[in-house]
Design a protein around this ligand. Structure first.
Ligand SMILES: *Cc1c(COP(=O)(O)O)cnc(C)c1O
Length: 393
């Protein structure tokens, strides 16, 4: 008999009833140290007091009205995002997937309106993850995601990761855009090199192709900059944001330059829930907190502490871990055993981590995690690794 919850996830036998900062409490009172943060969503930790305050205050006033009306909370968040980024304009969504849908529509509409309706192709990369809608799975293209769900949305050209020659060969008079995660998340915490991102920008500038960054996982101060692409010194034309921006409230956004967004006039796109007062009040508070003086420097400081400890862990367990990679508090440990095995062993140590592709274990802690909790997490990973070494599967 099918479970009452559609069984699309293989879930751990863990249920939590309460969270605080980087800790989660199960029904039996046991406490777990959370280095997954709901997959980079709880950027400020569980039940962050400032977000609880903003949420309860807004909940007592107004939750939802519809985009038929002016929404001052939405305006405030849009203004903050525009002030702090390359973007001139923002559309709010409820998820990263929904942001992907709009990004795809926007770049195609751009060329339709600019006299080149044949420019519909979007170049994407191996290992990519852009969400689970029909467009997003077609964009990523991996067999695991698309098998059985055809016919797929056409027009995506899948290229090898970090291969500039492949990009140069693939850009034609039919290319609308290049879509890339500056740091692949699900793909295994794989950063694109600065040189690659710079070269993509140059190719786009030469050909008019629009550059779309998917910063759903790597954005919102996770890497120690508000958005990961800032490290490479290049800006996109369109950017997808979600996960951390709501700090746990479902919220996403598409940011764009005035030029890239020029095809999207009244009636071309919409969302019933997207940009509601409740979500946007919380998003604006998240933005205020992460852009406050010193916050991102502190993320970078925490990140170098954690990274250094992880390097030590790799040195201590060369049979389990081979490499630390990533940027800021978006870190990956390349594993020798299957990463799910390490995730399981970490559960036994009451530590939560997240597996990814390319045999990588993901560490995506709250950006507010303390040094003490990071040191404790590494101790628990060390114990998990020892356990695997002594009792191999
Ligand atoms: C999670 C993720 C998405 C999809 O976001 P949802 O909110 O799950 O729809 C898209 N792109 C990247 C890079 C992601 O990590």
């Amino acid at each position: 008999m099918i479970a009452s919850i559609l069984p699309t996830y293989s879930r751990a036998p863990l249920a939590f009833v309460k969270g605080e900062g980087s800790w989660l409490e199960a029904a039996d009172g046991s406490r777990y140290l959370d280095l997954g943060a709901g997959i980079a969503v709880n950027a400020l930790g569980h039940a962050a007091p400032q977000l609880v305050e903003t949420l309860t205050e807004q909940a007592g006033k107004l939750w939802h009205v519809s985009n038929l009306y002016q929404i001052p909370e939405q305006q405030k968040l849009a203004d903050l995002l525009v002030a702090h980024t390359f973007a001139d304009t923002v559309f709010f969504t409820n998820s990263g997937t929904e942001a992907c849908e709009l990004a795809v529509k926007m770049v195609r509409k751009y060329w339709y309106e600019n006299g080149a309706p044949e420019r519909v192709e979007i170049l994407t990369f191996a290992g990519a993850f852009h969400g689970r809608s029909s467009a997003a799975i077609a964009a990523a293209g991996s067999e695991k995601m698309v098998k059985g769900f055809g016919p797929l949305l056409e027009g995506f050209v899948h290229l090898p990761w970090d291969d500039l020659d492949a990009v140069k060969a693939a850009v034609t008079e039919k290319t609308a855009a290049i879509l890339i995660e500056p740091i692949q998340g699900e793909g295994g915490i794989r950063p694109a090199s600065d040189a690659f991102l710079k070269a993509l920008r140059e190719i786009c500038d030469e050909t008019g192709t629009l550059l779309v960054f998917d910063e759903v996982q790597c954005g919102v101060a996770r890497t120690g900059r508000l958005f990961a692409h800032e490290w490479a010194g290049v800006t996109p034309d369109v950017m997808m944001v979600a996960k951390g921006i709501g700090g746990g409230f479902p919220l996403g956004a598409v940011l764009a330059t005035e030029n890239a967004a020029s095809g999207m006039g009244a009636g071309t796109h919409g969302s019933t829930y997207g940009g509601n007062p409740l979500g946007c009040a919380i998003g604006a508070k998240v933005m205020e907190i992460v852009t406050a003086d010193g916050f991102m420097e502190e993320v970078s400081r925490k990140a170098s502490f954690l990274r250094q400890r992880l390097e030590g862990l790799v040195a201590a367990h060369p049979d389990i871990f081979t490499e630390v990679r990533g940027q800021g508090l978006m870190l990956g440990l390349k594993c020798k055993p299957a990463p799910v095995e390490v995730v399981q062993a970490a559960y036994a140590q009451k530590l939560l981590t997240v597996p990814a592709a390319d045999n990588v274990l993901r560490l995506l802690p709250a950006l507010t995690i303390t040094e003490e909790d990071m040191a404790e997490a590494v101790r628990r990973l060390d114990a998990a690794a020892s356990e695997i070494q002594h009792n191999p599967a």
